[in-house]
Design a protein around this ligand. Sequence first.
Ligand SMILES: Nc1ncnc2c1ncn2[C@@H]1O[C@H](COP(=O)(O)OP(=O)(O)OP(=O)(O)O)[C@@H](O)[C@H]1O
Ligand SMILES: [Mg+2]
Length: 415
Amino acid sequence: MAVKLSVRNVYKIFGEKTGAALGMLEAGKSKEEILEATGATVGVRDASFDVGEGEIFVVMGLSGSGKSTLVRMLNGLIQPTSGSIMIDGVDVANCSKEQLRRIRREKIAMVFQHFALFPHWSVADNAAYGLKIKGVAANERREKALKALEQVGLTAWADSLPSELSGGMQQRVGLARGLATGPEVLLMDEPFGALDPLIRREMQDELIALQRSLKKTIIFITHDLNEALLLGDKIAIMKDGRFVQVGTAQEIVSNPADDYVAAFVADIDRGRVFTAEDVSGEAAPVKLGEASAEDAMRVMEDLNRNALYVVDDKDKVAGVVTYQDLAAATFDESKPDPVLEEVMLTDFPTAEADQQLADLYSAASAGLPIAVTDEKDRLVGVVEPEAVFAQLSGEDADATPTETNTTNEKESAHV
Ligand SMILES: Nc1ncnc2c1ncn2[C@@H]1O[C@H](COP(=O)(O)OP(=O)(O)OP(=O)(O)O)[C@@H](O)[C@H]1O
Ligand SMILES: [Mg+2]
């Protein structure tokens, strides 16, 4: 993936004595100590990261951690104290005013939490605002604004006034305004922060759906870790101007870098972070027409599983056999050689690899392992119910069905 935005060693110190403040930072002094001694505020401290084309990079942190300062530097609203910010090879931290103006017009758009909709302008005119500033002609503005409104599902409201829309819809007008100018990089500073939780969830899902076709490079700011984990291809967690951890949702939740991150992670909805793939173990299927009941039982003993999936000659899932059923059939003298086909259950739970664990909860409760299948119904993995519950509870994040003694490990963890 091509790198769209590359930030290196960016600092922003607010105040007069930036040199002294930088020196104190290097000496390991805290933000408070520096403020006290120099009157300068550390906004951002040594931020470095790359964002690939089409990626969503989320910056998460408490109030005052430096999120807005960071995004404002990305579009040149604030000049960094030092460091470089390359967008398509141009350093917006150190380029001419003319270059900066061009990049801001052509490449970047910003969506805020509190963007101002003009109350007496139609929704379409509001969406066209950025185009108007750019000096685009009226009919072209209208055309582009309508296209952006269509993307956010507001076509029918183009000629309404903002007051006729709900808060969530107004926020979509803000998004349409950002999209109308056709930016390659979208900076979103807490865009959903003012929405109530249900609408917020809806907007998050819509952004994910929209991004599938838009494929913009997005920098998204939030102080909600659930939102960060849901949206971010990569997430940076900020504290006192510094990145304390950068990683994927799974990396951060499985392995918080410090107590600060761990405290956030404690509250998150793990069912929305992890997917079937994260807890799935080896498929280890038995082949229909090839394996005998005894073969299947031996594999189960080796893998310490009590059920296995049966696949046909095209690796398509045909059913699942349990140890219990096979054992019962084998010991039945009247049926000396049971075949898998007779014993297997054809009603079994399935999941796709990228399905959220929250969706697997009821399937896992049924007790059978879940077949993870690809688009051609081929078996690619198996999720044991215990692995789902362990990952949801965070008790044993690394548990996989192929590991033995997961129960014992869990028990000993409580001793
Ligand atoms: N123009 C400024 N002058 C002086 N200090 C500033 C300025 N802007 C921000 N700061 C300071 O820089 C730090 C980071 O502020 P910033 O607004 O980037 O935080 P934030 O993470 O966006 O917070 P919030 O979640 O409240 O929006 C804070 O200590 C803030 O007081
Ligand atoms: Mg902010």
